[in-house]
Design a protein around this ligand. Sequence first.
Ligand SMILES: Cc1cc2nc3c(=O)[nH]c(=O)nc-3n(C[C@H](O)[C@H](O)[C@H](O)COP(=O)(O)O)c2cc1C
Length: 390
Amino acid sequence: MSIRRCEILLLEPREEVVFQLQDLLSGGNGMVRTLQWVALAPHLDAPVVVSAHQREILGTLSPSQWVEPGDSIATVEEIAALIDCGLVLESVAVGPGRDHQLREQRLRESYWHPLGAILHAFTRWDNVDAVKNTEDSGTVTATSMREVLGPPPLMTVPAAEEHSFSLPDSEQNAFDSLLLRRATCRNFDDSRPLTTDLFSRMLRRVFAAQAQVKVSDDLVFFKKNSPSGGGLHPMEAYLMIQQVEGITPGLYRYLADSHRLLPLPTPDQGLRDFIMESVGQQHWFANAHCLVAMVPRFDRTFWKYRRHAKGYRVVTLEAGHLSQTLYLSATDLGLGAFVTGAINEKHLERGFGLDPIQQGALAVCGFGWRSTRMLTAELDPLEQVWERAD
Ligand SMILES: Cc1cc2nc3c(=O)[nH]c(=O)nc-3n(C[C@H](O)[C@H](O)[C@H](O)COP(=O)(O)O)c2cc1C
């Protein structure tokens, strides 16, 4: 059996601060600090705490060349411990080691840039209640945010006025007024279903391939209504449908090339709870008629942009383009729309059966009928959507 270390690995010196009453009672300030080395390896589900000695051993092992364990500076026991936690891999693995080895192999073959892979893997949430976190931090309203956080950096950085010049005002057209009517909807009307026609139009506008350009049997480019880095369109739409005429509520995958829906297994916890958990308990989004997890197939973009420093950034930027197309399409059809980044990615991965190495949820957006009553605040200072109550 030979060994090597995993390819993508970041060793972070991390300080953990925890409150301990005992420390307070014995004259301290109650905050106990622990310094430790943490190994971030994206093929593993969680960070691994390592000792300074293990950190040194990892630094002596090649990620690309298999060596005999006897050739390393470490003892058999030390190597065994690193194999157990998945940071060192065996050429012939069995049991949990086999799983680590396969995941690490898939990661290599997906051509992630190391920093992109680490950022993505370790910023995914599981079971986070974003609403409670905001409440606990005392930053629910704009006024409390100002009190707790102090003033933000200025919106417009002061510039030397004498060098600036004004630009002409142009006449507003229908597109300008469409843009003005776009507002994040946090009040959906779940008393009536969305028509199949509106639902289908939304998906066609935002996620469908409008045309296909076939280079060879195995290389096809899509033309969509939003731009995509390298024209590769890695983003797939995974739907949580609640109220659409003629469609059974549940989870679906949208097939962009044929404008069809593929039903997926219904989550055990029930659709509503599944959605609440998906959007970090943000109840103001949870009754949208249709919610869409934007799920890129990273390996598609990284097929061209191999270990590219911009690869991950490009894919995340695309989620923004698609969400704006969704907002404008919905506004044009008289519907409300939203996007949220406060999502529980790991929960979505489990629910939709995604491979977190090659796919991953980046944001959830949604659309549906707007309510006539505003229960949760929206930003509409120009009163394009809501009439002032007074
Ligand atoms: C990437 C992104 C993430 C967002 N995440 C949330 C969110 O988690 N919860 C929420 O209520 N709104 C979210 N929003 C909506 C913003 O709060 C909203 O765009 C902002 O307040 C401006 O309002 P407007 O969209 O109506 O102009 C998000 C918007 C963007 C672009």
